[in-house]
Design a protein around this ligand. Structure first.
Ligand code: NAD
Ligand code: IPM
Ligand code: MN
Length: 368
């Protein structure tokens, strides 16, 4: 029997609620397969700060270091609550970014998927959704503005100033582009490169490196799109995209826009892949506006489990079963409130109901 060690970082807000559903799924996956998960829950984010004085405490670091993969819920506080923690020690700067840096999780996979049958979830007209949306954002995750040099002070004229640098070196650009080209080669052989080379020098270097990398991928055609135009195109015709690659901050913004196009951020799972370790998390935040009500959509969290099964544990078939089980909840006419259509109140279910329905369906699917 194979054992996989997984650190569980439930985090803040809806994190613990959706993590509960992920744990239920992991137990069923154990029952159905010749594997065992050694699950180690650990404090992370604001919850950790209030209990230990640190957002990413030593014990949690040790649990993550020892794990084969990390499954993370959500972190963060509401705008008002976040003022209770010094900015550099908060859940984002004090835990999430240091974790990304520690494990060098440079390739962030953010799948954006909506089949034609669920077009009614989207605020876009059904004819815009066409046969369905199925694209993958590859977001560079450990460079750019997020991790560049930052200085602040008072200038000669007595004004407060801040400098925040958008930094990349060629290695950082090259490795994420390779991930994107590899994926494009396996999929539709089209790569949309999202940049802003009409203004940013960082995009000029990015595109120079892209021209070097693409030599090894002659079968992949590259389409260049400026990031502002990409935002428009995603709304007008999201089906034109398959694999999209971009730097850190562009990916943060466009991936949330994609959540809007699908109808809810609750449909956005993700994988954050590093050279030796990967972690998996919903793309969205802790949703303070709905936390504690048991109504968050756990699809993003369970989808992150599916990505972990496939990408860290080589269980692609069981991951496919899990995606199918999740989709079947929707096609049976159920959804959490974030996706509910007006007048469909009888089909609105809770976070735990969604998890239970996924389990019932998964249990009927043949094991790999
Ligand atoms: P958010 O993503 O938490 O929420 C935006 C909106 O989407 C809210 O209306 C929320 O209710 C809804 N939503 C998000 N996930 C949902 C789900 N699974 N089911 C149903 N509805 C869902 O963004 P925000 O409000 O701007 O940020 C809240 C906090 O989360 C901030 O502190 C922010 O820093 C943090 N954050 C953390 C992560 C992360 O853990 N990776 C990501 C983004 C934001
Ligand atoms: C995300 C989040 C994070 C980011 C924040 C919480 C630091 O918005 O994962 O998309 O900006 O990367
Ligand atoms: Mn984000």
């Amino acid at each position: 029997m194979t054992t996989h060690k997984v650190a569980l970082l439930a985090g803040d807000g809806i994190g613990p609620e959706i993590m509960d559903e992920a744990i239920k799924v992991l137990h069923l996956v154990e029952e159905r397969n010749e594997i065992q998960f050694e699950l180690t829950p650990a404090l992370f984010g604001a919850a950790a700060y209030f209990e230990t004085g640190k957002s990413f405490p030593e014990e949690t670091i040790a649990a993550c270091d020892a794990a084969d993969a990390i499954l993370k819920g959500t972190i963060g506080l509401s705008h008002e609550e976040s003022k209770k923690i010094p900015p550099d020690e908060g859940p984002e700067r004090g835990a999430l970014l240091p974790m990304r840096k520690r494990y060098d999780t440079y390739a962030n996979f953010r799948p954006v998927y909506l089949p034609h049958s669920l077009a009614h979830f989207s605020p876009l007209r059904p004819e815009v959704i066409g046969q369905g949306i199925d694209l993958m954002i590859i977001r560079e995750l450990v460079g750019g503005l997020y991790f560049g040099t930052k200085t602040e002070g008072i200038d000669d004229a007595g004004r407060r100033y801040v400098h925040e640098m958008l930094e990349y070196n060629e290695e950082q650009i090259q490795r994420v582009l390779k991930v994107a080209f590899d994926l494009a080669r396996k999929r539709k052989k089209v790569l949309h490169n999202i940049h802003k080379d009409n203004v940013l020098k960082s995009s000029l270097l990015w595109n120079t490196i892209l021209d070097e990398v693409r030599v090894d991928y002659p079968e992949v055609s590259v389409k260049h799109v400026l990031v502002d135009a990409a935002a428009t195109n995603l709304c007008l015709d999201p089906t034109q995209f398959d694999v999209m690659v971009m730097e850190n901050m562009f990916g943060d913004i466009l991936s949330d826009q994609c959540g809007g196009i699908l109808g809810s951020l609750g449909l956005m799972p993700s994988a954050c892949v590093g050279p030796t370790k990967s972690y998996y998390e919903p793309s969205h935040g802790s949703a303070p506006d709905i936390a504690g009500q048991g109504i968050a959509n756990p699809y993003s969290m369970i989808g992150s489990v599916a990505m972990m099964l496939e990408m860290s544990f080589g269980m692609a078939d069981e991951a496919a079963n899990l995606w199918q089980a999740m989709q079947s909840v929707f096609t049976d006419g159920y959804s959490t409130p974030d996706l509910a259509r007006r007048g469909d109140a009888e089909h609105i279910i809770t976070t735990a109901d969604f998890g239970d329905k996924v389990l019932s369906k998964l249990a009927t699917l043949p094991t790999p």
